[in-house]
Design a protein around this ligand. Sequence first.
Ligand SMILES: Nc1ncnc2c1ncn2[C@@H]1O[C@H](COP(=O)(O)OP(=O)(O)OP(=O)(O)O)[C@@H](O)[C@H]1O
Ligand SMILES: [Mg+2]
Length: 318
Amino acid sequence: MRPGAGPAIRATALSKCYGSTRALAAVDLEVGAGTVLALLGPNGAGKSTTVRILTTLTAPDSGRAEVAGYDVIRQAHLVRASIGLAGQHAAVDGRLTGRENLIMVGRLHRLSHREARRRAAELLERFDLVPVADRPAHSYSGGTRRRIDLAASLVSRAPVLFLDEPTTGLDPRSRSDLWDLVDELVGNGTAVLLTTQYLDEADRLADHITVVDHGRVVAEGSPEELKRSIGSERLSVRVHELEQLFTVSEAMRRIGGHTAVADPVAREVTTCTPDGARLLTEVIHGLDGTGIVLDGAELLRPSLDDVFLALTLRGGSE
Ligand SMILES: Nc1ncnc2c1ncn2[C@@H]1O[C@H](COP(=O)(O)OP(=O)(O)OP(=O)(O)O)[C@@H](O)[C@H]1O
Ligand SMILES: [Mg+2]
């Protein structure tokens, strides 16, 4: 990576049309070293197009992007030398074995034959591929091909890694292994841009999420920020004695500035709030000196699924 060159990935106003289809319309994004950006969006949103532009496989109509400090158009060869890519569709040569595929990628990255063999063996081990390593790749199951492809993206130990739907088609165990691996890479300073349809994956891995739809960024932020942006968490607190209910609902209204609904049967007061944890702390403080001790509290947070649906549920994208 070019030293002192700023973020690992920076894209400004990327636009791209395929005929009359506008695949991307002025997309901005940024990924720092040692962080993960998840590009989240429904089918046809423009995720793969973004990845293809940033990995120099296709040129934007307008806008600019730097990866590892290099311009994706003018310095495409330097970008290619700085990145690992596992595209949406596994790029594995079916005539070669898994091991030969990885060795070939190593050789393309100018590793010595010995070093390429060593790296291939290491990655085959890491991806649990040793038992199938010497079979031709055309005989592999979809998930196994995918794992070879992911291993190939790591051969060169690139500082910037692009993973386009990396866990689609993987079984739960391989999926969770890949998540651990991404954690490890990021811990060592790798910048990762991944696309995913799996919201739990974005929630688990991403420092920052950019939601795209119809080629535009429709929301961005940390997983927590995005969840908060569509509102509301629901805080319910339970009191021990029914006569305490009024005092507590008054305290919640006073502090939270929201409507609090009291349910005498459940002895609960419930309110919607953008930050339930803070409100709960403040309510507990506010009850200081009243002698009232809460019997229980429950905080329900919106999931990323709620965010995704709220942002993109406007019919098909294509
Ligand atoms: N080579 C191409 N020729 C014509 N249209 C294309 C081409 N590649 C992409 N498109 C169109 O551009 C839009 C964005 O496609 P893209 O593959 O970037 O979406 P995506 O978010 O990766 O979707 P998916 O979740 O299905 O992988 C879609 O409408 C798609 O049909
Ligand atoms: Mg795609």
